[in-house]
Design a protein around this ligand. Sequence first.
Ligand code: FAD
Ligand code: NAD
Length: 473
Amino acid sequence: MPSDQNPRTDIECEVAVIGAGTAGLAAERSARRAGAKTLLIDERFAGTTCASVGCMPSKLLIAAAKVAHSIAAAPQFGIYPGNLAIDGKAVMHRVRTLRDEFVASVLKSIDEIPDDTKLMGKATFASGSNLRVGDKTVRAKSVVIATGSKSSIPKTFDRLDNILTNETIFELEDLPSSLAVIGAGPLGLELAQAFSRLGVEVMVFDEGKTVSALKDEDVAESLHALLEQEFPIRLSVDIDASSSDGAIELSWSGASQGKMRFTHVLVATGRPPNLDGLGLDNTGIELDEHGTPLFDRQTMRCGKSSIFLAGDSDAQVPILHEASAEGAIAGNNAARFPEVRPSKRSTPLAITFTDPPSASIGVPADEDAITGVSDFSDQGRAKVEGRNVGMIRLYADNEGRLTGATLAAPEGEHFAHMIAWAIEDRLTAMQLLDKPFYHPTYEEGLRSALKQICDQTRLPFGQDRDAGSAPGV
Ligand SMILES: Cc1cc2nc3c(=O)[nH]c(=O)nc-3n(C[C@H](O)[C@H](O)[C@H](O)COP(=O)(O)OP(=O)(O)OC[C@H]3O[C@@H](n4cnc5c(N)ncnc54)[C@H](O)[C@@H]3O)c2cc1C
Ligand SMILES: NC(=O)c1ccc[n+]([C@@H]2O[C@H](COP(=O)([O-])OP(=O)(O)OC[C@H]3O[C@@H](n4cnc5c(N)ncnc54)[C@H](O)[C@@H]3O)[C@@H](O)[C@H]2O)c1
């Protein structure tokens, strides 16, 4: 067990890791593998954000919503399942039960870390790379900061009752009657659609102009229009809120205006890095205007110091596989310090698990980018399945080499991987087009975007290759 009863007041180690989340666990593993004497410090050792209040419970809720949605969509196939009954308590119970299993598996992996390598308590920097944890001083050769991110509740909402964040919403015993979601980012939209499909009256509000942080306007508008068929989304609005008779009254103005009461409000307005109270001023490292350390993305090192950063705490790309990759890089370099080595970072890939899923891959299109578009409204397999909506916009350089994509399309999470892997392998549109595509599949839908890029770059399309397509592709 992690020990806050440790009798030593001074602890010496080579690498101290602050935070036992995804990034911190990866950093500790990596530093230990590199031969360093490590110390993993966490306030609670309660399991990662991903397992307890993030990726996993949200996907569990989405899984329930997907089942409800398929049943509701059955009549288009001539199937009439009768009245749909949703037992909200059972839905939330399954979410928590399976969530707890994921958390238990994280806790088991933490249990397997030797006891003298763990310390429970809140770490703060005393000076340089020396830390204070309760009444103990930790003297470390290098430190990895992996303290994650935290919910931020805008002032308008912070004194109201029934305000939920991702840290509390999965604890609801039953589905709420109505839910206002503040923030149309990945967190807000995933949960908004899931609750809506489970019969909750949902409305989404955002002060910004776009949904799901998508930089490609065409795709963002397409996703916005699709989601609005299920629940209202009010973009570019200022929101005011007050409690009244156990409910919350929201009024909004700007691009649209109105007033409505909700039993619950989910605040999903971003998760800034969790760096408050860490004593970064005592480290001498350079901070940006938000108080986040400046660091090198290839080494994860802060300036010329022996302090490294990983995961959501660095305010870069707050998603799981990046937290894990950064943890491994930071831990390895912290162990090797001062022999720090740069590591290759993978192609940017971010997926939002709405239906259809949206994704941003690689670099956004600039004005020189060559683009190809696949529209799924008439795509064969998507039509067969009654899921013919959305689009993929692919970007390439002037040699036809794929550089990025934005999409909101059926099976979008799988397309996003395929495209990211093609970009990693530096494939041209022609080379990807030359791979086998089975018929009839969603994957065939990508061929039209690839062909458009080939046409614009005059990539040689072999005489022995069929330039046409099967029906409905
Ligand atoms: C609702 C939701 C859904 C998400 N869904 C996805 C998804 O589908 N896919 C995806 O890729 N990403 C998803 N994410 C993002 C993903 O969960 C995070 O990027 C990831 O969990 C970050 O890991 P981390 O190690 O940086 O932070 P955490 O896992 O939060 O770990 C930080 C740790 O630091 C500890 N700590 C903090 N300060 C101190 C201190 N001073 N002293 C000691 N310990 C400290 C905390 O106790 C905590 O254990 C989701 C996030 C949310 C909120
Ligand atoms: N599938 C995934 O990978 C996934 C899913 C959920 C969450 N996450 C992660 O969780 C974190 C939090 O997600 P998020 O969607 O909250 O963050 P986000 O920053 O992506 O989106 C926040 C949204 O809230 C809006 N907003 C901010 N302040 C507002 C205000 N006062 N009023 C109205 N709107 C306001 C912003 O314009 C933005 O659209 C992110 O790091 C994200 O990467 C990832």
